[in-house]
Design a protein around this ligand. Structure first.
Ligand SMILES: [Zn+2]
Length: 160
């Protein structure tokens, strides 16, 4: 299954799950189509189609019109994020958390392990006791807290 994905506007909550599973999941509303940076408006279909093709990403979308224009897009019918995960699982996508997170759930940047000498936000656990990762792009710090367990449980419920 492709590990480079482009997530359409109506499926945005999927991106968090996909990134936590290690997918390189770009999101159309995070705007890398034009040069004007981030936007809250969905780009035109032509731009989305061009983005998917140019970047070699598989489009995940609920937009049937868009699916007709792109050969290998995956059409999702559910509105609910958990049901969308079920559809991806049925389509053959592996949905499980890796041993260590590799992608920033906020921006899709690559994560690197935090060293014990780094200064970290006050709420961060001690990296000598609890592994932490920092996004190379946006700088956000992650660790496997209760959210990680919740997501793992959700993914298990979808894939079992
Ligand atoms: Zn980031």
């Amino acid at each position: 299954m492709p590990d480079r994905l482009l997530v359409d506007a109506m499926c945005g909550k999927l991106t968090t799950y996909l990134r936590m599973c290690g997918y390189d999941a770009a999101y159309v509303l995070e705007g890398r189509v034009g040069s004007e940076g981030s936007t809250s408006e969905s780009p035109p279909d032509d731009d989305i189609a061009a983005w998917a093709k140019r970047s070699g990403r598989t489009l995940l979308t609920r937009d049937v019109g868009l699916v007709e224009r792109i050969d290998d897009a995956v059409v999702l019918t559910a509105r609910d994020t958990i049901e969308q995960l079920g559809e991806l699982h049925a389509a053959g996508y592996a949905l499980a958390l890796p041993e260590s997170p590799t992608r920033c759930s906020a921006c899709n940047g690559e994560l690197r392990r935090v060293g014990s000498e780094e200064s970290l936000p006050p709420e961060t656990p001690n990296p000598a006791e609890e592994p932490c990762w920092r996004c190379r792009d946006c700088g956000q710090v992650f660790w496997k807290g209760s959210h990680w367990d919740d997501v793992a449980a959700t993914l298990t419920s979808v894939t079992d």
